[in-house]
Design a protein around this ligand. Structure first.
Ligand code: BES
Ligand code: ZN
Length: 876
């Protein structure tokens, strides 16, 4: 690029190089000001070529308010070949990465030209090449790698896009909106022109050029309009697109029914690409997806994959309203679109599948990813106050805790008032860039309810801990619930305020097992409080935070036997699950502390669960799955991963040996043919593998034989992957056999090969570090493909026992991967850092080793700001 710039610039413009703008500086929310210049219209002209693509941009700019500041256009890794204002060469300067133009009037037409190389774009941000096609990813700040533009979400423009490319390599040319013209050009080229009638921020711009085929269907909207749906993939992948298509139609109907939101264009396109930093992207009418969230069939995708596809397709589709029609004013408001849209996709999945199972899964994700974030050095509010690299704030806090905040608001308002609020939000802010405050205000005005106290959930980081104690006065037949809340300090927030905490609470009779005080919603809005329950005629049991009504930790004082009884009798499926999990957790924590842990209560609860006639298999599978090692670690002041692993294995062994016949029955339960994706069939398969895991924990040889049998018999990927997932952790001869069989059958299918890598990186064995070091040298490994990189490095970072290997080799491996990946793709590299974040809580030897790796990373020359921010904050 350097020589392009020096040869192309006329002499008058070769002003001295401006000093490099400081990188690694924090952007602060309080510094927000409206844009100086608006761009109501933009025209883009692409001469597509993998190595040198010409981009001409014509911006109609308009001064916003009375000021004399120049027009500043963001750029990243691009140099201007031409800059014109109103048709004449213009004076401009470069200020760091920005192109600065002094303009005299209120309006102007600004034309720029750059040349970019999609094939050389390893960051996969901006315009890049993937498997012979060209595609874009612009959120959050990728558009500035394509052309000079005020790259901020509160600048909304109407787009007209012309693409010109080789008709052989790129027979399909797509962009946002509607295709308005096309034609043939000279030299085997052709072109297409697209127009998007809806003004949008540049992060929603998209372009795709490639040799793609479409699965096409139609959807009729609630007002009777017809929408052409297309899912674009390589021809060979067409047979694996139907689940995504069915999911899309379900999502479109659901958004009409539940939120009154209808699709607003005549076309909706989804494109699958195999190199993609994230899961998928909601570009207006041209969603671009990681192929992992599009392609599925019975033999290559698990039930979990099918569920994820439905969820991601729905999520990106729902953004059409919560994100595209109403977008974010600035990136600090990211949860406005992501938290809300996650809440919407969670509700969708609950409605089309099993609601209790979905809630359990969502809470598991929150506890596995968000609670540790809130408790560690990377903690930040749902609406952050500052960032160095916005790419680092697509976090579980912004997404999943953000969704929990919306869920609390919905709980407090109830469905009708919540709907009135969201209706008002969409009506009031349609076509605008809004804030989290705007959202809450619309809910307030639409419902007539004051939600001011809840706003603190956007600004205060940290997970509230609630101490709960139920006192019973049998004489007065009254019970009193004493509540106290506490939030630990987080970076930048040493002192915390009490938060409003909506607790769905009921009282269950210990003897009768009935709900003797029906569920009610208690909102604890002070540091402490007491609530009285009357007519309590028998010894009461506390069922609190039912359905996980608030994203908090409950520390309830429990009477002996209370959890056991709740695990059997609580009428709320989530609370019942919680009781079993808490029972397990108490035993696991005791074991990890080296205390005598009696497994009997857990064994009895698991036995009762397996034998229950009222629980469906999916819930059984969830309930009998032990809390993860990371979750146990969160309960310990000083973390010793070996002690945690030993404690968990001991309980698994005790369960496996005491309940062998019940587990075998659960493992053998049938009625789920491979193509059956009903919640019931999925539940049967889930329980089958979870039970098998416990059998194998007690008896390796029997477990290995059963797993191999499941593997060989499997007519679906769920059973196959489940069996292999157990075999990889065993030292049985069947292990390598199965791995080889799997590889031989699937090595030409990248998505399935990712599973093969991930299963081995997730293995619970003493030599997993050696295994991943070997896999990294495997001819099918490539660090340039994000899915493949995550299959090893991401999975390994989440493998608590292996990553925290006492010799520090796990740390070294992951640090090396981060450094190597950072040279190509900083965004993906930075997302591998969080496992290092909690180093302070580990025993001193490991803490020192983790810290040393963080220091090694941060001292490495040429570090991206993405990795710099995550690592320096982890050390602070
Ligand atoms: N807008 C995001 C995609 C995105 C994330 C772009 C980060 C740039 C940076 C999209 O809507 C999204 O949230 N995708 C999720 C999946 C979703 C189901 C939560 C993802 O990509 O992981
Ligand atoms: Zn999203």
């Amino acid at each position: 690029m350097a020589d392009v710039r020096s040869t192309a610039l006329p002499d008058t413009h070769s002003i001295p190089e401006a000093p490099p703008a400081p990188t690694h500086v924090a952007i602060r929310r309080e510094d927000y000001r409206p844009p100086d210049w608006l761009v109501p219209e933009i025209r883009l002209d692409f001469d597509l070529d993998p190595d040198r693509t010409r981009v001409r941009a014509t911006l109609m700019v308009e001064r916003n308010g009375d000021h004399d500041r120049p027009l500043r256009l963001d750029g990243d890794d691009i140099s201007p070949l031409k800059v014109q204002v109103d048709g004449a060469d213009a004076d401009y300067r470069l200020d760091g990465p920005q192109l600065v133009i002094e303009l005299s009037g209120r309006q102007a037409t600004v034309e720029t030209e750059v040349e970019i190389s999609p094939a050389a774009n390893t960051k996969l941000m901006g315009l890049y090449a993937s498997g012979g096609m060209l595609c874009t990813q612009c959120e959050a700040e990728g558009f500035r790698r394509i052309t000079f533009f005020p790259d901020r979400p509160d600048v909304l423009s109407r787009y007209r896009v012309r693409m010109d490319g080789d008709s052989g390599a790129f027979p399909i040319l797509l962009s946002n909106g509607n295709r308005v013209a096309k034609g043939e050009g000279p030299g085997g080229r052709h072109w297409a022109e697209w127009e998007d009638p809806y003004p949008k921020p540049c992060y929603l711009f998209a372009l795709v050029a490639g040799d793609l085929k479409a699965n096409r269907e139609r959807f009729t909207t609630m007002s009777g309009r017809t929408v052409d749906l297309a899912i674009w993939v390589r021809e060979a992948d067409l047979p694996r697109t139907q689940h995504a298509m069915d999911s899309l139609k379900l999502a479109m109907a659901w958004d009409e029914e539940v939120y009154g939101r209808e699709y607003d264009l005549d076309q909706f396109n989804i494109v699958a690409v195999s190199d993609f930093n994230m899961g998928a992207m909601e570009n207006k009418s041209l969603n671009i997806f990681n192929s992992a969230y599009v392609l599925a069939d019975q033999n290559t995708a698990t039930d979990g994959d099918f569920d994820n596809i439905a969820r991601v397709v729905a999520h990106e589709y729902f953004h059409n309203w919560s994100g595209d029609r109403v977008t974010c004013r600035d990136w600090f408001q990211l949860s406005l679109k992501e938290g809300f849209t996650v809440f919407r996709d969670q509700s969708f999945s609950a409605d089309v599948g099993s609601a209790p199972v979905k809630r359990i899964e969502d809470v598991r994700v929150l506890r596995a990813a968000q609670f540790p974030e809130d408790a560690g050095p990377l903690a930040h509010p749902v609406r952050p106050d500052s960032y160095i690299e916005i790419g680092n704030f697509y976090t579980a806090t912004v997404y999943n805790k953000g969704a929990e905040v919306i869920r609390m608001l919905a709980t407090v308002l109830g469905p009708d008032k919540f709907r009135a609020g969201t209706d008002l939000y969409f009506a009031r802010h349609d076509g605008e860039a809004a804030t989290c405050d705007d959202f809450v205000k619309a809910l307030e005005d639409g419902s007539g309810v004051d939600l001011t106290p809840f706003k603190i959930w956007y600004s205060q980081a940290g997970t509230p801990k609630i101490k709960a104690r139920l006192d019973y006065d049998s004489g007065a037949k009254a019970a009193t619930l004493h509540l106290e809340q506490h939030i630990d300090p987080t970076p930048g927030q040493p002192v915390k305020q009490p938060m409003p905490i909506p607790l769905k609470t009921a009282i269950v009779g210990e003897a009768s097992g009935h709900e003797i005080c029906p569920e009610r919603l208690i909102v604890l809005d002070k540091a402490s409080g007491a609530i009285r329950f009357d007519n309590v005629a028998e010894q009461p049991l506390l069922s609190i935070n039912r359905g996980f009504s608030a994203p908090i930790v409950v520390e309830a004082a429990r009477r002996p036997g209370e959890l056991e009884r709740l695990a059997q009798a609580d009428s709320d499926p989530f609370a019942r699950y919680e009781a079993i999990q808490e029972l397990m957790m108490l035993s696991l924590v005791a074991g990890a502390r080296g205390e005598q842990a009696d497994p009997a209560p857990v064994i009895e609860a698991v036995a009762a669960t397996l034998r229950s006639n009222s629980l469906d298999p999916a819930l059984k599978g969830e309930a009998i799955l032990l809390p993860s090692e990371a979750l146990i670690a969160d309960r310990l002041a000083v973390v010793d991963p070996d002690a945690i692993h030993a404690s968990r294995e001991a309980l698994r062994h005790a369960l496996g040996s005491s309940l062998a016949s019940d587990l075998l029955a659960a493992h053998r339960s049938d009625g789920a043919s491979g193509h059956d994706l009903s919640p019931k069939a999925k539940g049967i398969r889930r329980l089958r593998t979870v039970a098998l895991g416990l059998i194998a924990a007690a008896n390796e040889a029997e477990g290995a034989a059963l797993a191999k049998a499941q593997f060989d018999r499997a007519d679906n990927m769920t059973d196959r992957q489940g069996a292999l997932g157990i075999l990889v952790s065993l030292d049985a001869p069947q292990r390598q056999d199965a791995l080889n069989t799997f590889y031989d059958r699937f090595h030409n299918d990248p998505l399935v090969l990712d599973k093969w890598f991930a299963l081995q990186a997730a293995a619970q064995r003493a030599d997993t570090v050696d295994q991943v070091l070997r896999l990294e040298k495997h001819s099918d490994f490539t660090i340039a493909n994000p899915n493949r990189l995550r299959s090893i490095a991401g999975t390994f970072g989440a493998n608590h026992w292996a990553f925290h290997s006492a010799d520090g080799r796990g740390y070294r491996f992951l640090a090396d991967m981060i450094l190597a990946a950072d040279k190509l793709n900083p965004q993906v590299a930075a997302r591998l850092v969080p496992p290092f974040g909690r180093w302070r809580r580990f025993e001193p030897n490991r803490a020192a080793l983790m810290r040393a790796e963080l220091e090694r990373i941060v001292a490495s020359p040429g570090l991206s700001k993405d990795v710099f921010e995550q690592v320096s904050k982890s050390l602070a």
